[in-house]
Design a protein around this ligand. Structure first.
Ligand code: SF4
Length: 285
């Protein structure tokens, strides 16, 4: 019984994530469309993207052919094991792949063989937290490969963007990443940033920012000001949607931080494309 509830909710969650863009992302793209000049390539690109979003939702089809890496973050109540949750989500991932809601995206990195059902070593990715609630909360990000390829990590100090170990250095890294992503990664994108941590946790921190809504406000004043400043500067770079030029290079900038050892200072940027697929579900079991 418990298993079936998890499976059904996971099926709906995956379909929602793959076929319906979150309302805050869609609103940001609609605003960008209004901002771009009439007849410009930027506006045309955004028009096609908005039509794509509409058709995907209407027909319950994937928003993009690359349905990405599956990243699950799960808050589980005490009485239920990670194994039951994992087993049911994996069952839902296999079934969603069979139904065409997900593209088979898990390739053995040595044999190059595609598992055919989106499962394999480390795939999907699961992150568990135990919660005090009696409800199970499952959050999902589908992270496209093209945008992942332009994600980047900097070790500070870094001579390439001329970044020192301070806030100004962090800003230089984020803007350097936005500049380097031009023509790749399907702009306009979102710059999700992790400041500090080690190489692994810095990227984790960056990716966790993708669970934030674009219209939220960072509770850390310094990070909030940095998000606003970098957003404004990035949108003056002229890269534009799909690199066609224009006023919309990024839809948002989200920054988190972690403590670090004195010897290291990492800045990690998880670049997310316009197909920013995020969904969540909470239910009692
Ligand atoms: S980067 Fe994003 S929009 Fe571009 S192909 Fe990949 S998933 Fe699709």
């Amino acid at each position: 019984m418990e298993s079936n509830i998890i499976f059904e909710n996971a099926m709906n969650l995956i379909e929602q994530a793959s076929t319906v863009l979150p309302d805050d992302v869609k609103t940001a793209i609609e605003k960008a469309y209004q901002t771009e000049e009439s007849g410009s390539r930027a506006r045309n690109a955004l028009e096609i993207i908005l039509e794509n979003i509409r058709l995907a939702k209407e027909n319950r089809l994937p928003i993009c052919q690359d349905t990405g890496t599956l990243i699950f973050y799960i808050d589980r109540p005490k009485g239920i094991t990670e194994k039951i949750i994992k087993d049911e989500i994996i069952r839902a991932v296999r079934e969603s792949t069979r139904k065409g809601i997900l593209r088979p995206n898990a390739v053995d990195s040595v044999t190059q063989k595609n598992s055919g059902d989106n499962t394999g070593i480390g795939s999907p990715y699961f992150h568990f937290e135990e919660s005090e609630s009696d409800s199970l909360r499952i959050r999902l990000i589908l992270k496209g490969g093209g945008s992942e390829n332009v994600s980047i990590q900097y070790s500070l100090p870094n001579s390439e963007p001329g970044a020192g170990r301070d806030i100004e250095g962090v800003k230089k890294c984020i803007l350097d990443a936005a500049f380097k992503a031009q023509g790749f990664g399907c702009a306009p994108g979102v710059l999700a940033v992790g400041v500090g941590g080690d190489r692994m946790t810095s990227y984790m921190c960056a990716k966790e920012q993708l669970f934030r809504r674009l219209d939220d406000r960072n509770t850390d004043v310094t990070l909030r000001e940095m998000e606003e400043e970098v957003y404004n500067i990035a949108n003056m770079l002229g890269i534009g949607p799909m690199g066609f030029g224009g006023k919309t290079t990024v839809l948002g900038v989200k920054i988190g931080k972690r403590h670090r050892v004195p010897a290291s200072f990492f800045v990690s940027i998880a670049y997310m494309c316009w197909a920013f697929r995020r969904a969540e579900v909470t239910f009692r079991i």
